[in-house]
Write a protein that binds this ligand. Structure first.
Ligand SMILES: C[S@@+](CC[C@H](N)C(=O)[O-])C[C@H]1O[C@@H](n2cnc3c(N)ncnc32)[C@H](O)[C@@H]1O
Length: 276
């Protein structure tokens, strides 16, 4: 993790400032510990990745998905490549979402970055400054880390949950999420958090599979099967976006045989602080 990234971080629990306990020096931070000045929780940094949650503390779908994706991370890049074949291939399918971001060389946050499958398309635009990626699965982040090292991209990674982001308010110029929110433990908290960390005027883009596809996944795997009533809600989460957001738009994506297999929800955080 870049040393300058410390400036962007806060405690995901209480939003107080964090101080680095070990690993002083000038270069990137490989190992260390971040201590919260408010609740005094401490978060380890391992292999350059701050760990803002302990998998043992996760509950509900988040617990299942963290474990599931740890196991699945080796196959995930091939799985998405094959999965997107029906929609014109991975490049077309991913660009259908990424082209809605307004990239102007600033900081981009990808919530649930997975193995980093969107990174090649983000960097090829030439309009991305730094990328910050968070995911609940250490396995997915390890794969993503290898890709970043190989390509030399300016990306920092964080282990944490979308429902409690470890970033200061109004930090990012663009916020992106693809492919996880349908099954998050707390969809509303995740959307509120994406809004909190976005700068006024920033575009927030959220995409996932359609309700029908999500229901098919229930049938396909125990991992996706709902255990509680609230997990049954697979409607496009546009009703969870505060009315104060601007240009709220939702549309179908990933079309095949005349049917949309995904949705993209996009909106802008208002510039006026009173409106946000
Ligand atoms: C289908 S993958 C999408 C990965 C990547 N965004 C992409 O487009 O390929 C879903 C990702 O969401 C992550 N995830 C699931 N629940 C999460 C949560 N509550 N907070 C953060 N990430 C989560 C998983 O670990 C997984 O990497």
């Amino acid at each position: 993790m870049k040393r300058s990234t410390l400036e962007l971080l806060c405690c995901p629990g209480c939003h107080s400032t964090l101080s680095l306990q070990t690993g002083h020096g000038d270069g990137p931070i490989g190992e260390g510990r971040l201590l919260c000045s408010g609740c005094e929780r401490s978060y380890p940094i391992r292999n350059g990745i701050p760990h803002f949650m302990d998998p043992k503390d996760l509950e509900g779908p988040n617990r299942r998905f963290a474990r599931g994706y740890d196991w699945f991370s080796r196959l995930y890049p091939l799985f998405t490549k094959i999965g997107f074949l029906g929609f014109g291939g991975e490049r077309k399918a991913r660009k259908e979402v990424l082209d809605r971001l307004e990239l102007g060389g600033g900081r981009v946050l990808e919530v649930s970055i997975g193995t980093g499958a969107n990174l090649p398309y983000l960097f090829e635009t030439g309009c991305v400054g730094e990328v910050y990626g968070l995911d609940i699965s250490a396995g997915q982040l390890a794969r993503c880390g290898s890709l970043i090292t190989k390509r030399g991209w300016p990306v920092d990674l964080f282990l944490g949950t979308a429902e409690a982001l470890p970033f200061k308010t109004e930090t990012f110029d663009s916020v992106l999420h693809i492919g996880g929110i349908n099954f998050f433990s707390g969809k509303k908290q995740a959307i509120d958090e994406m809004i909190r960390v976005a700068r006024p005027g920033a575009k927030i883009v959220i995409a996932d599979e359609s309700e029908q596809i999500a229901r098919n996944l229930y049938r396909l795997s125990r991992l996706f099967r709902p255990r509680h009533r609230e997990e049954m809600d697979l409607a496009i989460p546009v009703h969870l976006v505060p009315e104060t957001m601007e240009n709220i738009r939702v549309g179908g994506i990933w079309k095949a045989h005349g049917e949309d297999h995904g949705y993209c929800l996009e909106f802008r955080k208002p510039v006026s602080p009173s409106a946000a």
